[in-house]
Design a protein around this ligand. Structure first.
Ligand code: AMP
Length: 204
């Protein structure tokens, strides 16, 4: 089974992806995570991606599509869960030419809550755990005790830009995959546990 997780930044895709990976054995392919790894390693892709990511813009399609194509080829194009890709119609069409997608789960969230969710988001440098500053005001990871940090593109100005990009470029994918009969919507305003229950029903 191959699936796509759709949803605005802050909708909870990463949180649900971890659970889906465990429950259904799908390999989690997050383009954002791949780009951040390239940036840490200062690769040519990482250097190119950084200039776009820090402004809240999309990394150009030719870079992103190629990156996903090679990643999925390595996985044998099977049993994957895409998170953060596709992000526009062009990427979706490119994906459709090389991979079979069984289901697209749209995690739907009211736009008003996204700014707080994203600007308050903190991640652990050591174990990758992601939480909200209101839950861990001392900035320490509840899982491993390491320091929690804010992603450079989770600052307010950049988030505004990312939400604009989402509205203009990514949201049209909801209609695109509805027309293909693949879209299933879950209510992302519920608790992570409840959202996961909904997702399980869709996938089983
Ligand atoms: P994410 O972690 O999914 O929020 O992605 C962080 C940033 O990486 C995005 O704001 C984009 O700049 C870049 N990025 C991730 N996925 C894509 C994609 N499919 N197309 C273009 N840029 C992307």
């Amino acid at each position: 089974m191959n699936i796509i997780l759709l949803g605005a930044p802050g909708a909870g895709k990463g949180t649900q992806a971890t659970r889906i990976e465990e429950e259904f054995g799908l390999t989690h392919v997050s383009t954002g995570d791949i780009f951040r790894r390239h940036m840490r390693q200062e690769t040519p892709i990482g250097k190119k991606a950084r200039s776009y990511i820090k402004k809240g813009q999309l990394v150009p399609d030719e870079v992103t599509i190629e990156l996903v194509r090679t990643t999925l080829d390595e996985l044998g194009n099977n049993n994957f869960m895409l998170d953060g890709f596709p992000r526009n119609i062009n990427q979706a069409e490119a994906l459709g030419k090389t991979s079979n997608i069984d289901c697209v789960i749209d995690i739907s969230v009211d736009f008003g809550v996204l700014m707080d969710r994203i600007c308050g988001r903190r991640s652990c440098l050591e174990c990758g755990y992601t939480t909200h500053i209101s839950v861990c005001p001392d900035g320490t990871c509840p899982k491993c005790g390491s320091e929690l940090v804010q992603r450079m593109d989770d600052k307010e100005e950049t988030v505004k830009q990312r939400l604009e990009v989402y509205k203009n470029e990514t949201a049209p994918l909801v209609e695109y995959y509805t027309r293909l009969g693949k879209l299933r919507t879950v209510n992302g305003m519920k608790s992570p546990d409840e959202v996961f229950e909904e997702i399980k029903k869709v996938l089983k």
